[in-house]
Design a protein around this ligand. Structure first.
Ligand code: NAP
Length: 255
């Protein structure tokens, strides 16, 4: 299957590392004019060194005002990948305001919600308004997680944010579909990135999780990126509002 994005402008958030970084590379290879947005300038510099034709945008998406300026500055966008997110771990019974206030200066809950959910709404609004104005349609892929579909020990707030991403995917699909803007999410299992290592690098954590996955392994970055590009492309032209597991069968087999 040949997927090309010649003449299309794409924006990928969280492009500095992991899934976002490789999504930028493949989109550029497939002909898209890509804006790579992330938080750490050195990541963007090294990405630009690898793929000189991309444009880079350095902004912390938890900052509403800076995000507005940065995303509006990209101009019209045809393809959006809402990929940026953070994951911090905590047991459900320890999710209290006092816990975070005491240990983390009230940083974590607000920041996780801001980075995983609020900015996704803000970035999508800015991009979708431009799509509507131009009347040419568009495609948006939200990078969600298996964490929205099944419970994961110690991932309380992260799971909640990803369930919100799935819910947003469906509402956005409903409201933007009539304007020829498709919105879908991908819901990967553990992927071997910096984030994947946070929860799953220890064998005592990884092995029981792999046993829940009928294919018996975690996902490669490439296996997620290929599905993202498929959903961005016209090859998926009748898909809208789908939350698509990339989990080796875990969520559908209930193990
Ligand atoms: P990653 O390796 O940690 O990369 C995340 C990227 O997002 C980094 O470049 C990071 O920049 C950027 N980012 C984070 N906060 C940001 C902010 N406030 N503003 C701008 N950029 C920000 O993560 P990943 O594993 O590639 O994850 C990508 C997506 O896949 C996420 O939505 C994640 O929830 C989802 N996912 C991951 C897994 C997994 O196991 N890895 C599984 C399912 C779903 P800095 O490093 O500079 O902060």
């Amino acid at each position: 299957m040949d997927i090309r994005f010649d003449g299309k402008k794409a924006l990928v958030t969280g492009a500095g590392k992991g899934i976002g970084r490789d999504t930028v590379k493949l989109l550029a290879k497939c002909g898209a004019d890509v804006y790579a947005l992330s938080r750490t300038q050195s990541d963007l510099d090294s990405l630009k060194a690898e793929v000189p034709e991309i444009k880079t945008v350095c902004v912390d998406l938890s900052d509403w005002d800076s995000t507005k300026v940065a995303v509006e500055g990209c101009g019209p966008i045809d393809l959006l990948v809402n990929n940026a997110a953070i994951a911090k771990l905590e047991p459900f019974l320890e999710v209290t305001k006092e816990f975070y206030s005491y240990y983390l200066n009230n940083y974590f809950v607000n920041r996780t919600m801001n980075v995983n959910v609020r900015q996704l709404i803000q970035v999508s609004q800015i991009v979708a308004r431009g799509m509507v104005e131009r009347g040419l349609g568009g495609s948006i892929v939200n990078v969600s997680s298996q964490a929205s579909l099944v419970g994961l020990t110690n991932h309380t707030v992260y799971c909640a944010t990803k369930a919100a991403v799935d819910s947003l995917t469906k509402t956005m699909a409903l409201e933007l579909g009539p304007k020829n803007i498709r919105v879908n999410s991908v819901n990967p299992t553990v992927v071997n990135t910096a984030m994947g290592k946070i929860g799953w690098s220890k064998p005592e954590k990884a092995e029981p999780m792999k046993r829940r996955i009928p294919l018996g392994r975690f996902a490669e970055v490439e296996e997620v990126v290929h599905v993202i590009l498929f959903l961005l492309s016209d090859k998926s032209s009748m898909m809208n509002g789908t939350c698509l597991p990339i989990d080796g069968g875990m969520s559908s087999t209930g193990v």
